[in-house]
Write a protein that binds this ligand. Sequence first.
Ligand code: AMP
Length: 114
Amino acid sequence: MADCLFCKMVAGEIQPDVVYEDEEVLAFRDVNPQAPTHVLVIPKTHIATTNDLNGENAAIVGKLYLAARQIAEEEGIAGPGYRMVMNCNAGAGQSVYHIHLHVLGGRPMHWPPG
Ligand code: AMP
């Protein structure tokens, strides 16, 4: 997707602060962190929202979580605890329309979220 911010990162046109990468997944630090650790884990393929997941592309979601698990270990938040969130559409606060798993940790998390 030519006009997708996260696709531009995957293509190397924009360089985020990368913490993890494999053939299918890219993860980088959020530019506006909401916790001491705030990483976004994205598929390299463009999927706009979780409403666009289907039987053919859904396997990537498990890979996002596996990458997040590894990142949490490396960031030292796996033991204390961390939160993973995917916002879907404007009502949930989605602002970049390329699915991404927020990984947040390093401070107490409250529930319910705002
Ligand atoms: P969401 O609001 O769930 O769509 O999350 C999008 C996230 O992308 C926000 O937390 C933004 O701070 C983050 N973001 C936007 N632009 C960049 C960027 N250039 N590099 C890293 N994170 C970004």
